[in-house]
Write a protein that binds this ligand. Structure first.
Ligand SMILES: [Zn+2]
Length: 164
């Protein structure tokens, strides 16, 4: 987020010229610079053989399925967030996580850290947060997730990796 007021003392922030960073909101009382802060979020494609795990969550996209995603907690490795979110949302344990690159959601202040992971164990046991979960053939996945732009990029990367 872009700070206008100091989160510590409530004072309206001044702009401070911070060399390469340009003008940055600054609290002279607390002597603190408040840089813009996108929130880190993970997206993970879980692969089992030639299938990938897709969720249906209508509050995100009405007509598309999505990959598993979630916010990185304070003091948590993004990789651990990915393992945790998959387990929490689907009941599935994963292994061999692989970083696929970062992305962002325009205007949403989110930094998306994307991964693929392999199925390790467990049966699908969906959380209340999720409407539906299922294994979908990787080759059919893209047609079912048109609204999920970042998820689509992740699945394309997974397809590329598998073809090598
Ligand atoms: Zn302050």
């Amino acid at each position: 987020m872009k700070y206008k007021f100091c989160p510590k003392c409530g004072r309206e922030l001044e702009m401070f010229n911070c060399w390469d960073e340009g003008e940055v909101p600054y609290c002279p009382v607390d002597n603190t610079l408040y840089f813009d802060t996108p929130r880190p979020c993970i997206v993970v494609g879980v692969v089992k053989g030639d299938e990938i795990l897709l969720l249906k969550q209508s509050y995100i996209y009405k007509n598309s399925k999505v990959l598993i995603s979630g916010y990185v907690d304070q003091d948590e490795y993004a990789e651990d967030t990915a393992y945790r979110e998959v387990l929490e949302e689907t009941g599935i344990e994963t292994k061999n996580i692989k970083y696929l690159g970062s992305d962002f959601v325009e205007g949403k202040e989110l930094l998306m850290i994307t991964f693929m992971a392999e199925y390790k164990s467990g049966e699908i046991k969906k959380s209340d947060e999720v409407e539906g979960i299922g294994w979908v053939k990787i080759d059919d996945a893209l047609a079912q997730m048109q609204e999920d732009k970042i998820g689509t990029k992740v699945v394309k990367k997974i397809i590329d990796i598998r073809e090598k």
